[in-house]
Design a protein. Sequence first.
Length: 277
Amino acid sequence: MIDTTTYFNKIQTATAFIKNIYDGKINVALTLGTGLSGIKGDIDILHTIPYNDIPHFPQSTVEGHEGHLLIGNWHGVSVMVMSGRFHCYEGYTAKEVTFPVRVVKELGVDNLWISNVAGGLKAEYSAGTLILIKDHINLMPDHPLTGPNDDRLGIRFPDMKEAYTRSWRDKFKVAAKAVNIAFHEGVYASLQGPSLETPSEYNMLHIMGADVVGMSTVPEVIVAKHAEIKTLVCSIVSNVCYPPEHITETTLEEVIAVAHESGDQLKKVWEALIKEF
């Protein structure tokens, strides 16, 4: 178990490295999920920093995750883009997976927008359906706040009643309507993976009240709440997993293809939000 001083010092070192490249104010940090790197297409990129250049940063090992931190301007708003994320199934601890969120906070960024692709748990969903996440069910075995609490990073027992910031969700709904993008609002269940769920597990998740299921996001949201960062989370349904008798075998290539095809919907809504920032 890493001690709090060592972890805090690593955050400081990574932050100092980034500030040496760009020391301006950053308004929003964006985390791009599997196959969703195209969302950054219209951003005026000022700096591209490979993850492996940043001290103590994890490395993306999964296809569909580029592994770059980008800093730029999007319609006059300063943004930081994490093009590629990390997962516990890659062998990282939850603390390592969420290390970039700690750096985001240390850089003075107050808003984090997260995207992911996920399995749909409602019969009315189809591949490409956009889901605005309002809550989650955490079924991961590792928790990013386990161990001694560092009061410099947040309180010991953060309340998760509004982990998904209501004001951002309300603004998302207005923006989606303005650009005529349909979406559903739902609950995200997070499992570790990397194996996909069995039909019985999909059925269980549906009964529990989950609308989509994936292998990411929840650790980042927990740490964002701990750090008092406002969050907005959106999922793109990659495949429909309910009812169980309708499940078909899913490959990573198919998931990435859906993300490429449907990512533009999310991009349009985020862009509308940025224009009103």
